[in-house]
Ligand binder design. Sequence first.
Ligand SMILES: [Zn+2]
Length: 504
Amino acid sequence: MPKYYLTTAIDYSNGDPHLGHALEKVGADCIARYRRLRGDEVHFLMGMDEHSQAVLQAAEQNGLPPQAWVDRMAARFEAFWQRLECSNDDWIRTTEPRHHRTVAALLERIKTHSPDDLFEGEYEGLYCIGCEEFKQPSQIVNGRCIEHPTLELVPTKERNHFFRLSRYRDRLLALIRSGELRVEPAIRRNEILRLLEDGLQDISVSRNRQSWGIPFPGDPEQTVYVWFDALINYLSATGYPDPGYERLWPADLHVVGKGITRFHCVIWPAMLLSAGVALPREVWAHGYVQWEGTKMSKSAGTAVTLGEAIDRHGPDALRYFLLREVGFEADGNFTWERFDERYTADLADGLGNLASRSLAMLARYRDGVVPAASDETRLDQAGREAVAGYAKAMDALDLRGGAEAAWGLVATANLYIQQVAPWALAKAGRDAELDEALASLARALYRLAVLTSPFLPGKALLLWQSLGLQSLHLAAGWGGLERPPVAGLVTTKPEVLFPKPASV
Ligand SMILES: [Zn+2]
C-alpha cells in the first residue's frame, strides 16, 4: 500500500476555532478519507501552534499560566474537530517534548550540514504579533499589517540568529518550476514564483529573551522564532531524527491557507534543503471563508460561531456546504441563506429523498431484498461515469468537482425514478423490469454511499448500513464501484438522513 502523509496548518491557541479553520480541517479530512478509499496507507496530522506571543498574551489576559492556557485551548480545538468528524491519526502540539527534540535536532543538522547558513546579526524592523513576523514595507498599509489592520506593529531592534534564506532562491525556483515541489492551485504557485523572482532576504530565526518558546540550541538567551519552530511540527510527528522517520517523511501534502504560502513554499523547503532532509511533495493553499464579503477571523468571528454553524443542520451538512459551496480553492462566501438552500436541495430533497424512496420501494415490493438483475441500465451507465469523474476531480484535489460528480448521480437517480415509475411497473405486474429498476437504484445508493463518504462520513455510513452492508467494508467499497455487489442484500429503511427543520 502506498503511504500518504498529509498535514493541516497548526493553529494558534489564542481563541476558539472559526469557520475558516473548519474549512481547512474538513477539506484535509475529505482528502484523507478519499485516499483511504483508494487504498493508501494514510497518516493524517493535525495540531496546535502554542509558542506565539499572541498565545502568551491570551494566557495573561485570562489569568492563566501559558501551559494551562494552551492545554485548555487544545482540548477546545480537539473537541470541535471531533464533532466535525476529523479522522486525524495524530495530534501534535508544539509544547510536546517530542517536538522540542526534533526542533533541536533539525537546527543541529543545519549547523553541521550547512555551517554557513546560521549566523548572528542585528535586526531592526516592524513586527506583527498577529502574523508573528517582521513586515516588509510592501506588506504595510496605513502603518498596519495588511492581514491585521487592528493590531499595532511593534518596532523591534535586537540581536538574533539569522538563516541564510537568500542562498536558496535559485534552487527553490527550479524545484517549483519543475513541479518537484508542487504548489497548487496555480494562482498560488505563480505568486510564489513572483516572490522568488524578486529575490529573498535572510531571515531572523530567533527572538531575544522570550520566556515562552524553545531555547535556541547553544544560546539560551535566544528563543527559536515561532515560525521556524512551528513548521518543524510536520517532521516531529515522524519521529525525526530517529531511524525510521522516512516511513512517513517526506510529507505528500501540506494543506495550508493562502496567507501562509511563503512559509510553506519558501522558508520550510529552504530549511529542509539546508539540513539535507527530503522536501514535501505538494503544498495546497486554500482560500478564505468570507462573511459578508470580509475574511472570517477572530475579530469578525462574532458574526457566526463554528458551534452555531454545526448546530444548524449537523456536522455532515456543514462539511458538505463548506466544500461544495464555499470551496477549497478560491475565497468563498458563507451565508445562512445559501446554507439552508443547499441543505434542502442537495441533502434533504436530493440524496435523502433518493435513499428514502428507493429503500421504501425495495421494502414494499421485494421485502427489502435486492433482486439480482442486469447492471446495464442507463442509471448504471451514469453511475460509472460519475465514479470516473469523481476520481479525476478528487485526484486533483478538486473537492468541489468531486461533490458535483456525486450529486450529479443523485439528480440522475431521482430523475430515473420519475421516468421508470417503479410503482407503475409493480401495478402492471412487469416483474423483470421492476427487478431491474430496483437493483439499479440499489447500485446507485451503493456508489453514492462510497462517493459521499469523504464529505458526509456519518450519513454515508448510515446509508451504507441501510443497504445491509457492514461498516468495516466502506473503506473497501471502492473496489465494488464498477459492479456494486448488491444482489441479495437485505436492506432496511433508515431514519430520515436529512430531516427538514420546521424553520427552513
Ligand atoms: Zn499581521
